[in-house]
Design a protein around this ligand. Structure first.
Ligand code: PLP
Length: 389
């Protein structure tokens, strides 16, 4: 038997991928599966972005690039950050990486070790906890409560900090809840963090512009008091429907920048060159496709929420960001993962059980509305009939 180091046995999973695989398998068997499980926009990458990548390849942009990304891509991120947050960062603090996840990995391995504590949202993106456990650090869940509209609480978060805390992970707008933490709450947190200068912060802002009803998400970048220990994760995957391109960016403080650059040199060398040119086109080009996508998400959001609230035993808050509804199923009598599995194998609706996002996810299911209105309505009808049985 090959014996790997114990850390590898602590690596977890993102169950959304397993559900996608099972849904695809069932569909191949001829079953009519409606997929509300997947966390990716069901839109095509806008054509001008695809064209920019094709052009880059035709122009011979197919070699290695600097490990931190080509300067024009980093400068595009600087422009984009100024537009969305009003904060001017330097291209020397911007890293281009193969997706959003590598920033998570880099930040967590930088601060995680046995004896260290890392705070992360629960329910939250499952990779946070998985990678914390990989490093041997102690994962400390920050509860994200329905009663708080799925925002994090500054007070509760600050109360969990100990002298061992090395990293605090935040995510707003959030997966899986669609929660958006209000600016006052984030300001309170930033203020409170002044008392804990040993704590680095990883703010996952990958859904930053995916908000509704005119609400704007607050970037942690706007709080100068924590800038010297703040890592901001972002990327192209969601906003421009580019999940398969593997393209992300992050903003790092001076003290950490060379460390992450060296990690990139060791792990992936650089992000593929044409994707970086596509990324520039995405930021600098017309945003009408993004706006159209958000109009479609908004309309589906209303349908999902109304539909779910009409089901026996189900209640669902209106998500304020991203493209997920996190429905409370406590009164259906089902355990969340059992229900998710029964809905997939039975009526053929794929969604994700809340416990796949943390222990506090029990009693909830995540419904991604990255699917057509027609399919959403059909799915809700199927769930309703199933629950009524
Ligand atoms: N952060 C959050 C909160 C996400 O939901 C996701 C993807 O689902 C990611 C990061 C990872 O994004 P990427 O696919 O660009 O690695």
């Amino acid at each position: 038997m090959l014996q790997t180091v114990p850390a590898f046995d602590r690596i977890g999973e993102e169950n959304a991928f397993a559900v996608l695989a099972r849904a695809t398998e069932l569909a191949h068997q001829g079953r009519d599966i409606i997929n509300l499980g997947i966390g990716q926009p069901d839109f095509r990458t806008p054509e001008h972005i695809v064209e920019a990548a094709v052009k880059a390849l035709r122009d011979g942009q197919h070699g290695y690039t600097p490990a931190n990304g080509i300067l024009p891509a980093r400068e595009a991120v600087v422009r984009r950050t100024l537009t969305t947050t009003g904060v001017e960062v330097s291209p020397d603090n911007v890293m281009i990486l193969p997706g959003g996840k590598p920033t998570m990995y880099a930040a967590i391995v930088m601060f995680g070790e046995p004896g260290a504590e890392i705070l992360y949202p629960d329910p939250g993106f499952p990779i946070y906890r998985s990678m914390i456990e990989y490093t041997g650090a102690t994962p400390v869940p920050v509860p994200i409560r329905e009663g708080n509209d799925f925002a994090f609480s500054a007070e509760e978060t600050l109360a969990l900090i100990t002298p061992k805390t090395r990293l605090l992970i935040l995510n707003s707008p959030a997966n899986p809840t669609g929660g958006v933490t209000p600016r006052e709450e984030i300001a309170k947190l930033a203020k409170g963090l002044e008392k804990h200068p040993q704590v680095a912060i990883l703010s996952d802002e990958i859904y930053d512009v995916m908000t509704y009803d005119g609400e704007e998400a607050t970037s942690l970048l706007t709080f100068t008091e924590i800038r010297d220990r703040l890592i901001v994760l972002n990327g192209w995957s969601k906003t421009w429907a580019m999940t398969g391109w593997r393209l992300g960016w992050s903003i790092w403080p001076d003290a950490l920048y060379d460390k992450v650059r060296k990690l990139a040199v060791n792990c992936w060398s650089c992000v593929n060159a044409p994707a970086q040119y596509a990324g520039i086109a995405a930021i600098d080009g017309p945003q009408d496709a993004v706006e159209k996508m958000m109009v479609a998400f908004d309309s589906r959001r209303k349908i999902v929420v109304e539909g779910l609230n009409g089901l026996d035993g189900v209640t669902c808050l209106t998500p304020r960001g991203a493209f997920y509804a996190f429905a409370n199923i406590k009164n259906t009598g089902w355990k969340a993962k059992k229900l998710a599995s029964a809905l997939l194998e039975g009526p053929g609706v794929a969604l994700i059980g809340g416990p796949d996002f943390g222990v506090l996810g029990e009693g909830y299911v995540r419904v991604s509305y990255a699917n057509s209105e027609e399919n959403i309505l059909r799915a809700i009808d199927r769930i309703g009939k199933f629950l009524a049985k």
